[in-house]
Design a protein. Sequence first.
Length: 447
Amino acid sequence: MRLRNRSLLAASFVVLIGAATAQPAVAGRKPAEGEIVGVARFLTGARHFDEAGVPLAEFRAKETSDTVRVEDLPKSEPNQQVRPTSEEQARELALRHDATYGTAGETVEQQLIDDITPEECRANPEKSSRPEGWIKNHFSYCQLGLLSFDQFRRVGPFLVPVGGFSARVTNMGYAYNGLRDTDWGIRVDEIDSWGVSNLGILRVEADCAADPAGSCRTANNGVSKLVPDWENDELGKIFYNSPGDPPDPARGEQRATGTFQIEYEFRSVITQDRDGPETSVRFDSAWYLPNKQGSIFNRVDPYLTLSTGDPEVTQSAFHIKDAQEQPGSTYPRIEGKTIPGASAQDPLHRLYHDAERRRQNREDFAVPVCKQQWPGYEELGQQCDEYPHASTYEGAARHLYQPEPYGRFSVRPINGYDNENSGRRLGTWYGNDRILDGDAFFIKIVS
């Protein structure tokens, strides 16, 4: 862990390349006599790796004289051009992939961020080798894959192997709470090569599809090395920035999204290329956060945990637990009511911009229920705790703004110190995790 000090399914992708034009061969076209063609793959899925994330022998390049009949040459799978992803689409992908991560409430004020290390990425192939990769938190991403390029020459009715290359690719991505930047460290190791591939050149590029256009900028989007040079130094670095004006309420949050795809090109006697999976990053300049600009990996749903065993927030945690699990037992008493916020499928959304609605959530609807049910609670040093929080769109005044029935909330007088601790943790977490107005999240209660 470090201080924050800077302010689709398992798949095999195949492509054929013609020697003369260095372009993908037309599906079904047979290569000419003597022509060299290639098969390129980027393999995802834990079945390609052992428990330590090392590629299994059966998927690695190895010298062979086994021929392939021309008609058995795999058909071409064209690369897909990366396209911009909206924030709504990113959230849909998070839900589809069940991508969530939590922050322990007792740690939020330490402002620590738990980066994925290359070693951790490789040691968890069940997470990192999925096509969507592993978003450990808003600021840390990795994707583990197996890259391979094979070359064949046509001799009569056969394709004779003349070379091969394979490597483990560990793609590390970092975003920042304080900078509209994202850094990529692509590590290429566990290399096997033979024949014409031995002195090939592997180029790794990071392509960004931006929304709005021009929101991704880089001085150099790729790194090229000979195979022996990758063996000597596995790391290639690529840096992107999203330009923005100085943070200011008049300019809004200046949100932008970059959809990133790592692309691989291998040049030996022919040129072959293969695209890896993609992910996306949101850039913003939210003036109301402590760090007024930043970036996050946004194909994930965050949550905050509170523990019923934590003496600092015990009463808050038990209140939320009851509201989530036994809403009918809470006040206001509404038969059959449900209360959101316990899962990514039924989340809360941060409310910042509408101060009047935040006031209504608390003063007009939450506190009056407390006073009606528990008159005099304030004289006992208690405060009215409401859930969902007044700082969410799901707060007690929701029925005034959305087609929702009154009462999908809970209130309870609790110790003032406990209530203030819980509220402070939530507010600090909003800033640490760059939770903007409208962002979805949920609260998880643990014991």
